[in-house]
Ligand binder design. Structure first.
Ligand SMILES: CC(C)(COP(=O)(O)OP(=O)(O)OC[C@H]1O[C@@H](n2cnc3c(N)ncnc32)[C@H](O)[C@@H]1OP(=O)(O)O)[C@@H](O)C(=O)NCCC(=O)NCCS
Length: 209
């Protein structure tokens, strides 16, 4: 999948079919072909303690690492992120998470380590609504990497990318006890409104006035 996802979009469908015939990928593997992988969005991030990470757009071949991260989440992290709606992550769900069109849907992952030791330790994403000016956003950081500034960094990166794509506002549904998430939004310096409905805080963050 790594090679297919970085091939020219015109050739990806043929390559995927060839890989399916040879049983190199799942028979129901999907691949969105709208836009080439935006390699220019890959950036290094150095933490205050000197550890080096990479923040980059998600790719279809990230599936095993996303799966590894999901099954490492504490119950609390899963609950705060998915509000109790996602208990397992089979391939048909995972591939939807890992295949984005880098246009209406964007996801950035944070990776630590290299080669066979690389792991994904956080992911943030947005998906535009039909009006194309509003996007739903959410993110999650692996438990042992929380409170080190990654959530703040991912939010800033996604807000910049969305702003450049003409998105005017983000919506996020946050549980009221999620003080970390609410703090990130409120201290972003952006205009933020909250409405609480049926136990969920709907936050609207304006990227452009
Ligand atoms: C919420 C979340 C994304 C924040 O990411 P993070 O990398 O831990 O955030 P940061 O390190 O940038 O922290 C931002 C601020 O929130 C605080 N914070 C983070 N997690 C917190 C928590 N569980 N409780 C209280 N404060 C918290 C941090 O201490 C920091 O404040 P400070 O600078 O005053 O110390 C992360 O904790 C997470 O994945 N939580 C579970 C999933 C989730 O809630 N997703 C959001 C659904 S929309």
């Amino acid at each position: 999948m790594s090679l297919i996802s970085i091939a020219h979009p015109d050739f990806r469908s043929d390559l995927l079919h060839a890989a399916k015939r040879r049983s190199l990928v799942y028979a129901n593997q999907i691949l969105l072909t709208a836009k080439a992988y935006p390699a220019e969005l890959e950036k290094k991030l150095t933490l205050a303690d000197g550890r080096e990470l990479v923040v980059r757009p998600i790719r279809p071949d990230d599936e095993p690492m996303i799966k590894g991260m999901f099954y490492s989440f504490s119950e609390q992290t899963k609950y705060l992120r998915y509000h109790g709606t996602l208990k397992s992550l089979p391939h048909n769900r995972l591939q939807v998470f890992c295949n984005v069109d880098y246009d209406a849907e964007m996801a950035l992952v944070v990776t630590h380590g290299e080669g066979g030791h690389a792991e994904i330790i956080g992911v943030g994403r947005y998906l535009t609504l039909p009006d194309t000016r509003t996007a739903e956003m959410a993110f999650v950081i692996r438990d042992d990497w929380q409170r080190q500034g990654l959530g703040t960094h991912l939010f800033q990166r996604l807000a910049e990318i969305a702003g450049r794509s003409g998105i005017r506002q983000f919506h996020a549904d946050v549980l009221p006890e999620n003080s970390g998430m609410l703090k990130i939004f409120h201290r972003s310096g952006l205009n933020t409104e909250t409405v609480t409905d049926e136990g969920v805080v709907r936050v609207t963050i304006r990227l452009q006035e």
